[in-house]
Design a protein around this ligand. Structure first.
Ligand SMILES: [Zn+2]
Length: 312
């Protein structure tokens, strides 16, 4: 752990014992802020112990050389940025799985040793289980089966989290067919073990906004197939990956928390530093963060009609 825990909040041991716990399992420093920062800040502010289990230290992120001044390497810089963001979001703790960033699909970093992408799935699941045993979360949030925008580390953590559910709780979750369908994901549940399983949510990107971006960006001479700082995000492909949201968390009161936390990740071009059209798109989506509940499984009605709701 690299960040102060609950004991710094002035709580009694009884209060800490009875706090609800939310564990976000995501791949890189910045995934906690850019995507679901409003939700994490909201629950932290409401007295939930919100922990971040981060798969890597973001070593493959593109960083301007002058930002590295005072840091040993990119990992140290991005760890410091995450510590800054965790304070803005009010997180109770930040923990690392200990893998190296793998870079985007097809990049040379995929072949480096120690990457999350290259690690055996059971090993990653075991490392996650150690943190789950220690933190005993009521709710777990992780990436969807497409890794949001297709990052190999996101997909690996998604798979490893499902493997952890299978090994630890006997809950087998198959979402391979859940793409644009209104049918809930297929689950095979060992009821005895499942009773102790935390609720599981995937973060989801609202595809309406992505499709809007695909139409809008060419008007501003930007190629939606080469989106993002490194031009390695294909919004056209992403718009075809449909993971139905089952709920929206209202984060309007925590937009500023999210913006301040995102600004901590200055080396990764926080949204505030992006082009005007991208900033406008972020503002359009501000105040609402979308999730798919996977366990307990949603009803068909929940999948059909997305409602404003809470994770716990
Ligand atoms: Zn990421």
């Amino acid at each position: 752990m690299c960040f102060a825990g609950n004991t710094d909040l002035g709580l009694s041991s009884y209060e800490i014992e009875n706090m609800k716990t939310l564990l976000a399992i995501l791949a890189h420093p910045d995934d906690e802020s850019f995507g679901i920062g409003g939700t994490l800040a909201k629950y932290a502010a409401s007295g939930v112990a919100v922990h971040y289990l981060c798969g890597t230290r973001g070593e493959s992120g593109t960083v301007d050389v002058d930002r590295l001044h005072g840091f040993d390497d990119i990992a140290a810089l991005r760890t410091a940025e995450l510590t800054c963001a965790a304070k803005e979001l009010g997180l109770a703790g930040v923990h690392f799985l200990g893998y190296r960033d793998s870079g985007m699909a097809g990049s040379a970093d995929n072949a480096l040793s120690g990457t999350l992408f290259g690690a055996p799935l059971d090993e990653v699941a075991e490392r996650i289980a150690v943190h789950v045993d220690a933190l005993r979360p009521d709710v777990i949030v992780t990436h969807d089966q497409f890794g949001g925008y297709g990052h190999p580390d996101h997909i690996k953590l998604h798979q490893a989290t499902l493997r952890m559910y299978e090994h630890k709780y006997g809950v087998m979750i198959d979402v391979s067919q859940w793409n644009g369908s209104t049918r809930p994901p297929h689950l095979h549940v060992n009821v005895a073990g499942a009773a102790a399983a935390p609720a599981l949510y995937f973060t989801t990107i609202p595809k309406g906004l992505v499709r809007f971006g695909v139409r809008l960006l060419p008007l501003f001479r930007q190629n939606p197939r080469r989106f993002g700082r490194n031009g390695d995000i294909d919004l056209v492909q992403i718009s075809s990956w449909e993971v139905p949201a089952t709920m929206v968390v209202d984060t309007r009161q925590f937009v500023m928390h999210k913006e301040r936390a995102s600004a901590c990740h200055a080396s990764q071009q926080a949204p505030a530093q992006a082009s005007p059209i991208v900033r406008w798109m972020f503002r359009r989506g501000a105040g609402k963060e979308h999730f798919s509940r996977i366990y307990p499984p949603p009803s068909a009605d929940e999948v059909r009609r997305v409602r404003v709701s809470d994770l716990l």
